[in-house]
Each structure stands twice: as structure tokens, then as C-alpha cells.
Write a protein that binds this ligand. Structure first.
Ligand code: FES
Ligand SMILES: [Fe+2]
Length: 576
């Protein structure tokens, strides 16, 4: 445990947190974490060597990749030196640690009260995942195993069992994390020295257009069981859209030419190109494509002439592990004059956008998962891209350009060139049910959908309780009406017409009025009034049951949309 004299005062910590902005270079927190030196330097720390303690676990292969000539033809590509988007910040849970895979390494992302933090998901004590811990009242990440506490910079602030927290070896491995355009970007290398991460920030792959607030983006994400390279190839390929996404977002009966050409050669930075006709047989306008190395692309449709607007599909392909990736997708538009579409789009709840956009993502998932294995088998047999694929038309220009970038400049990808070993690492093929598991691929790691799902469940329960109570009240009122009518009729037969019979008649009258049957007539008319009151009460009960059935059905369908994708996909059930 840190002594009182070495632990920062709470006031100092608050001041440090308050002065930190993710949009500014690290301030006091970064300085305070100076004892958490980069991992490769820690391994050689004299104190550790002198202690005879075992060496630190090796850094992940991707993070430790030696780079001969980054970004040059035939050279390796240092994927860990890139800024990678991990999630839309609004989808992260601020109250608990979030575990996210990147480049084969599990990361833990958490909110320290002032900024998002990103550590290797590994406690320095006994290597269990920090994401299984909690964010405690002091806004520190607390390990679930023995309660070590880490501040945002990675320093170990408390070892409940005793000393040792001041050693650099007690630090969590912290990576630079920055928030840009609503996305949390992480550079999965420990900071190499003061100012290094700040100098790198110009390389964060933002969308220049989104600096203009007139652009409106609807965002979603999905973890899928195919490689980021397969995803990038897929989203660069416009010609699949009408067929794969028929009836979800497109129409296979409205197609034109797909003559796509590159603007120039493929370079280390990527490439751009143009499809002059554009989608829907040219009804919208030309579509330009951009691939920015290593894993960012957007396709922009210039509809200004025909629709007075522009639209853009932006995709970041996040390499989670071999054969697994996270899709970060932004569908955006900007109208030149009309204001209403932007207003309406901003009003749509995020969970509705998320659920709606899962459908097209599920249109592809099964065949991409299976096709990827065939591609890797062909490459493992020694076939080049052009031998594995037969691509006779210009429609595949971007696909082949991306594969060229990957082989020429990208070192084959962070897992190396496609070969038998790569094929082995992607694991066995999954079932349709597993591939369409929307809860595992999205809802489980989306704070906004988790919130919405809780509310839907609550609404479903509330509707059930309210409808049950209304139906029971209706039945009870009907039964009471019948009983009171019988009692009132008995009273009317008596000479005085008062006493118990009179009281029953009065009660029946009140009940009838309540049930909307008008005042009950005394004496012989009582049974008829009672019948009307009972019928009304039963009607109320039936209406409540019907409303419950409808509301429960709608809410049930909504609830299941958080869990499962649809099979067969919409394109296969439509005959047109
Ligand atoms: S493993 Fe984390 S505190 Fe022991
Ligand atoms: Fe969501």
C-alpha cells in the first residue's frame, strides 16, 4: 500500500482530473504517471533485475513487430503504431470497464471521471483481466482478484496487501487514447516518451467532412466472425450491394454499370477511385471511393445535382484477432438546403438506428465467414490473389487494389501473409445461429442498447401488470354487479324496499354508473341494469386483455430484435 506521504492527496487528484482534456496533450496526470515507463524499458529495469523476479510477459506480437521500412513496398507495416478506433464513446459503459480486442490483444477501456483510458487487459500482479474488476469510488480501476487500484495513467495507487505499488512493475500498461468525432481512438503502443503521442495525433484517421456540423451521421458497430481484410474488401465492393442487400437497403432489380476506376496507383497511403454512374442505375450521382491505409474507407455519393444532397458510408475495420473484426460504420448525409432530414435523423433514438443497421450487416455475415476460409485455403496452397479470385470486370477494381496494398505495403496484414498458419488461427467455422447472434455481436457491448433493452423489458412487465390489473378489475366488477343485482332484486320484493336490499340497489347504481351503464333502476329493473354493468365491466376487461396482447407482442418483437438476426435474409424470401 502507498504510504500517506507518497499517495497523492484527493484534492490534487481532482485538480489533475479536472485539468485534463482528451483534446489537449496530457497534463498533470501524465506527469504523475512518469514512473510507469514504457514496457520495453521496464523489462530492463535494474531494480527488477536485481530483485531476481521473473521477466515480464512479452509484448503482443503485433505491438512488438520490428519494422524494417514501414509503409514502403515490400516492407513490414507497424500496425500497432496506428491510431485505431475502438468504439463510439456513447456506446461505452462509463460505470464499468469495457473489454475490447485489438490486434489480438485484449484491452480494457474505462472512464476515470475525466477521460477515457485504455490499458492492456492484464493486471501486472497475476495477469488476470482488469476488465473483470470495477471502477471504484475513487475513480480508479480496481482489479477483481486482489484489489490493486490503478489511476488513469496506469500507476498502481494501492496494494491492499502491502507495499510494492511504487515499482514500475506495478503499473498497468497504458496506451494513449483520444476522443475524436465521437470515436475513441487508441494507439496500442505504450507512449515512447513525453509528447510522442501528442505529436502523433495528426495521424488520427478522422473524416474531414464531419468537421462540418451540417453532416449528420448515424452510427453503428458489430463484432463479426470474419477478418478485417474480408470486411475491407466487402465494403469497398459496391457491386454486391443490390444483390446481397436486396430488400434491406437496396434493390437487385435496379442496377447499372459498375465500371469503377482508380484515380492513380496504389500507394502506401492507400488509393482513391471513381464510379461515374453511381448506384441505382445512375439515379443518384457519381460515387467516389477512398481507402486510407490501413483500415479506413469511405464511399461518397454526390447527389447535389439530382437530390440536393451528398451521402457517405464510412467504415473503420478494426482487427480484433485473426478471423475476427469490429465494424465501425457511419452512414452520413448533408443536404444543401433542406433542414428537416437532419432534424428528423437526429431525433431517431440510437438503439433504433443500431437495430436497423444490424440487418444489412447480417446480410453478408454467413457467406463472408465461409468464403474467407476458401480464400485462405487457396492462398495457403500458394495461389496469388488473381489466381484465387477470378475477377474479369472493372467492378472489382477496389477489391483488387486493396489486396494489392495489403500484399505490397501492408505486410500481408497484422497476422502476416495468408498461409496455412493463418488459416489455422481463424478457428473452426461457426453455425448460422452463432453468426446471427446479435446480442453477442452488438447488444452485449453497447451501453445504449443495454439501456434500451432494460427499458423494453420494464415496459413489457408494466404493460402486463397494468393489463392484468384492468382485466381482473373488469371481471371483479362484473361479478359484483351480478351479486348486487340479485341482492337488490331480493330487497325490492320486500315491503319496505329498504334495508339490505336498498343498500345493494344503491351500490349497484354506483357500480353501474362507474361502468358507464347509467344509474341502475330500482326494483324489477335491477337485473337488467346489472346485466348492462356486468357486460360493460367484461368489455373493459376484454379491451385490456387485447391491448396487452398487442403491446406485449410489439414489445416482445422489439426485445427479440436485440438478440437475433433474421434467417433466411430478406433477399432470399423475396421472389422479385
Ligand atoms: S491479479 Fe490483480 S490484484 Fe492480483
Ligand atoms: Fe447499440
Amino acid at each position: 500500500m502507498l504510504s500517506r506521504s507518497t499517495a497523492p492527496a484527493a484534492g490534487q487528484q481532482r485538480a489533475a482530473r479536472a485539468s485534463f482534456s482528451p483534446l489537449r496533450p496530457p497534463g498533470p496526470i501524465a506527469r504523475r504517471r512518469s514512473r510507469c515507463v514504457p514496457r520495453h524499458r521496464r523489462a530492463a529495469a535494474a531494480g527488477d533485475a536485481a530483485s531476481g523476479a521473473p521477466a515480464l510477459a512479452p509484448a503482443p506480437a503485433a505491438a512488438a513487430a520490428a519494422v524494417a521500412s514501414p509503409g514502403t513496398k515490400g516492407g513490414a507495416f507497424d500496425y500497432a503504431a496506428e491510431w485505431w478506433p475502438l468504439a463510439f464513446a456513447a456506446d461505452l459503459d462509463r460505470e464499468a470497464p469495457n473489454r475490447i480486442m485489438l490486434l489480438g490483444e485484449p484491452l480494457v477501456v474505462w472512464w476515470d471521471g475525466a477521460a477515457w483510458r485504455c490499458f492492456a487487459d492484464r493486471c501486472p500482479h497475476r495477469l488476470v483481466p482488469l476488465s473483470e474488476g470495477r471502477i471504484n469510488a475513487a475513480k480508479r480501476l480496481e482489479c477483481a482478484y486482489h484489489g490493486w487500484e490503478f489511476s488513469g495513467g496506469g500507476s498502481c495507487e494501492r496494494v491492499p496487501q502491502g507495499g510494492g505499488g511504487a515499482s514500475p512493475r506495478a503499473c498497468a500498461t497504458a496506451y494513449p487514447a483520444r476522443l475524436r468525432q465521437g470515436l475513441l481512438f487508441v494507439r496500442p503502443k505504450p507512449e515512447a516518451g513525453p509528447g510522442a503521442a501528442a505529436a502523433d495525433e495528426s495521424k488520427i484517421p478522422i473524416v474531414e467532412e464531419f468537421e462540418d456540423p451540417a453532416w449528420v451521421a448515424q452510427d453503428t458497430f458489430r463484432d463479426v466472425a470474419y477478418d478485417w481484410t474480408t470486411l475491407m474488401e466487402n465494403v469497398l465492393d459496391a457491386s454486391h450491394v443490390p444483390f446481397t442487400h436486396h430488400k434491406s437497403i437496396s434493390n437487385r432489380n435496379v442496377i447499372g454499370d459498375y465500371v469503377t476506376t482508380l484515380d492513380g496507383p496504389v500507394t502506401a497511403a492507400g488509393f482513391t477511385g471513381i464510379w461515374p454512374t453511381g448506384p441505382r442505375g445512375g439515379a443518384l450521382g457519381p460515387q467516389s471511393g477512398t481507402f486510407r491505409a490501413p483500415a479506413f474507407m469511405h464511399q461518397k455519393i454526390d447527389m447535389r445535382e439530382k437530390r440536393g444532397a451528398e451521402s457517405m458510408v464510412v467504415v473503420y475495420a478494426v482487427p480484433s484477432s485473426p478471423g475476427r473484426c469490429r465494424i465501425l460504420n457511419r452512414n452520413a448525409f448533408r443536404f444543401a438546403k433542406a433542414r428537416l432530414p437532419a432534424v428528423v435523423a437526429r431525433l431517431v433514438p440510437a438503439f433504433m438506428v443500431h437495430l436497423g443497421t444490424q440487418v444489412p450487416l447480417e446480410d453478408d455475415v454467413i457467406f463472408l465467414h465461409l468464403g474467407e476460409e476458401e480464400y485462405l485455403k487457396a492462398r495457403a496452397r500458394g495461389q496469388a490473389v488473381g489466381q484465387a479470385y477470378y475477377c474479369p470486370t472493372q467492378a472489382d477494381a477496389y477489391v483488387l487494389a486493396f489486396r494489392r496494398w495489403l500484399d505490397d505495403f501492408g505486410g500481408g496484414g497484422p497476422w502476416g501473409s495468408p498461409d496455412a498458419a493463418f488459416l489455422g488461427r481463424i478457428g473452426p467455422r461457426q453455425s448460422r445461429d452463432a453468426l446471427l447472434d446479435r446480442y453477442a455481436g452488438h447488444t452485449a457491448s453497447c451501453a445504449r442498447c443495454q439501456r434500451a433493452l432494460r427499458r423494453v423489458r420494464l415496459a413489457r412487465r408494466a404493460v402486463g401488470v397494468a393489463a392484468g390489473a384492468a382485466a381482473a378489475a373488469g371481471l371483479l366488477a362484473a361479478a359484483v354487479a351480478v351479486c348486487l343485482a340479485a341482492a337488490a332484486a331480493g330487497g325490492a320484493a320486500g315491503a319496505a324496499g329498504g334495508g339490505a336490499g336498498g343498500a345493494a340497489a344503491a351500490a349497484l347504481s354506483a357500480l353501474s354508473w362507474f361502468a358507464g351503464a347509467g344509474g341502475a333502476a330500482p326494483g324489477a329493473a335491477a337485473p337488467a341494469a346489472a346485466g348492462a354493468a356486468a357486460a360493460r365491466a367484461l368489455g373493459w376487461g376484454a379491451a385490456a386483455a387485447l391491448l396487452w396482447w398487442l403491446a406485449n407482442g410489439a414489445l416482445g418483437a422489439l426485445e427479440s430484435a436485440f438478440y437475433k438476426g433474421q434467417y433466411p435474409p430478406p433477399r432470399n424470401t423475396d421472389k422479385a
